[in-house]
Design a protein around this ligand. Structure first.
Ligand code: DC
Length: 227
């Protein structure tokens, strides 16, 4: 019998640091990495590009059914993997303000979730992987060997996302960003289809004020100290 693959689930709210931490942890552990939010963002981006309303579940379902979404591991690329939608590579465009606005209603659609959860499980099948998202420990990989739930205060999360936005040249105000993050938190945790939630067996970690390298080191220690 082969050894079960090492699946590591990292969930948490907007800007809790989960994607950065997951990516660095995957590099340290020589595992695959996937930020599952990018898949929901890819559907939102394609919907906007093709004039499909992000509030129309039937139209978005048709779009998802016709879309060929592929993930190719590539730790040197901008995302840490290559995401291809109908053969076209997507990366920084997924993180625009328009896509961030359109993605919440799309991520709440049960049919979209069902399809994208299938893509995520297929990616993880038989592989050692660190996966970041909202429902990895609860729904996507409920048998994951390690589950972490990262949190941070709202202020810390606003600070982090603001620094990222400023680095990208955005002039969005702190107040507008704070309101946006609160709105997305509420939407992600109150939706009916696999809402943001801490798995019962997940280890919770408040990352407020802790440098990212230290968070990664602690998670790496937690993973490597268990045989
Ligand atoms: O992590 P993010 O901000 O890139 O996620 C984009 C959106 O997708 C956000 O509204 C939450 C949603 N999402 C989700 O519902 N389930 C996941 N596993 C990952 C993201």
């Amino acid at each position: 019998m082969g050894v079960a693959p090492r699946h590591i689930a990292i969930d948490g709210p907007v800007a809790s640091g989960k994607s950065t931490v997951a990516r660095l942890l995957a590099a340290r552990l020589h595992c695959l990495f996937l930020d599952t939010g990018a898949l929901y963002r890819a559907v939102a981006y394609i919907a906007l590009a093709r004039g499909v309303s992000p509030d129309d579940p039937a139209a978005v379902a048709l779009l998802v059914d016709s879309l060929d979404l592929r993930i190719q591991p590539d730790i040197r690329s901008a995302l840490g993997y290559q995401l291809l939608a109908d053969g076209a590579p997507l990366d920084v465009e997924l993180f625009s303000t328009q896509v961030s606005r359109a993605v919440s209603p799309i991520a709440a659609m049960p049919y979209v979730r069902e399809r994208l959860i299938g893509v995520q499980r297929e990616f993880a099948r038989g592989e050692d992987v660190v996966m970041a998202g909202r429902d990895i420990g609860t729904v996507v990989l409920p048998d994951a060997r390690f589950k972490f739930y990262l949190t941070a205060s709202l202020d810390a999360r606003v600070d982090r996302r603001l620094a990222e936005l400023r680095a990208g040249g955005s002039s969005m105000s702190r107040e507008a960003l704070r309101a946006e993050i609160e709105r997305r938190d509420l939407r992600d945790s109150s939706r009916a289809a696999s809402p943001l939630a801490k798995a019962r067996d997940a280890v919770e970690f408040d990352t407020s004020g802790i440098p990212v390298e230290e968070v990664v080191a602690r998670l790496e220690h937690a993973v490597t100290s268990v045989r």
